[in-house]
Design a protein around this ligand. Structure first.
Ligand code: FMN
Length: 279
């Protein structure tokens, strides 16, 4: 480790300058209380800032809609009460020299029909994920419009909270379920061709981009190969990444694989895999 080590050089995304390239990627520690980032949640990320990270990404899959029942202690960004807590977290992380963003999502089929307010799980089509086992309903036009508005409102709460940006979760949840023929069985203008399958997620990105300031960072986290028959290949996902960047996405966080079964999840989160292999 030397002073010239690229890991310790600063990095800029638009006007946001990170002090180094060390990033704590989105993961949900399940420290939320009533879906809010209260004291314990804040302390967890402030310690990362004190430890020297350039960027800490909070809220693994913070949910944007009340219709997305939290599956693993997710932050609930549809609540207005989230703003004062996020303001506090942001200012304390900033005091220690780090930047902070949040990952936003709608879990789609990746939750239960019988949690929180018991809204039916909703996905691109009437599908069932092996890991969470909800019988999801196929999104109707009003679901799609409501969820789009929820994304916009959540993004605006993030701006109001002073966060440095947001990251859209685009693998294994609602938005990206439109992108892949593995889940997308629609026969309307949102199914079939690549252009049709990208239509809804791109429209949500556009709506968010139009609603937040120009210099507010909007990123996306994408898997670059679903590794399955009838799923998206590396070449397909490269095209998808180009399309989301074309709609105003500022950075892409790259992964590989899919998360709809425990076996697949352990391959995308290697730490867990190592632990499982040892046990
Ligand atoms: C408990 C836990 C929850 C996670 N939740 C999310 C999540 O909500 N969204 C996400 O994009 N990644 C999530 N991840 C994945 C991490 O961001 C990261 O990609 C993964 O742990 C691999 O990191 P590594 O390559 O540094 O080992 C989660 C990981 C863990 C361990």
């Amino acid at each position: 480790m030397t002073a010239e080590d690229p890991l310790f050089t600063s990095f800029s995304i638009k006007s946001l300058k990170l002090r180094n390239r060390i990033v704590s990627t989105s993961h949900e520690p399940a420290y939320s209380e009533e879906g809010l980032a209260k004291d314990r949640y804040r302390a967890y990320h402030v310690e990362k800032a004190k430890g020297g990270v350039g960027l800490t990404m909070i809220g693994g899959s913070a949910v944007v809609s009340q219709t997305s029942a939290p599956a693993f202690g997710n932050l609930q960004l549809w609540k207005d009460e989230s703003v004062p807590w996020l303001k506090l977290l942001t200012s304390e992380v900033h005091e220690h020299g780090a930047k902070v963003m949040i990952q936003l999502s709608h879990l789609g089929h990746r939750t239960s029909n019988y949690k929180a307010d018991w809204f039916p799980a909703v996905s691109v089509s009437a599908v069932r994920e092996r890991a969470h086992r909800a019988f999801a309903k196929a999104a109707e036009p009003w679901d799609m419009e409501q969820i789009k508005q929820d994304y916009v409102a959540a993004a605006q709460r993030c701006v109001e909270s002073g966060l440095d940006g947001i990251e859209l979760m685009l693998y294994g949840h609602f938005l990206d379920s439109f992108m892949t023929p593995f889940w997308n069985k629609r026969t309307d203008e949102f199914g079939g061709t690549f252009e049709n399958r990208m239509r809804y997620p791109l429209s949500v990105i556009k709506a968010i981009r139009d609603a937040v300031p120009e210099d507010f960072i909007v990123g996306a986290r994408l898997s670059f190969n679903e590794h399955r028959a009838n799923g998206l290949s590396y070449a397909d996902l490269l095209e998808a990444a180009k399309a989301v960047i074309g709609e105003g996405i500022d950075f892409v966080s790259a992964l590989e694989g899919s998360i709809d079964s425990d076996g697949r999840l352990t391959r995308i989160i290697p730490q867990q895999r190592r632990r499982m292999l040892q046990s």
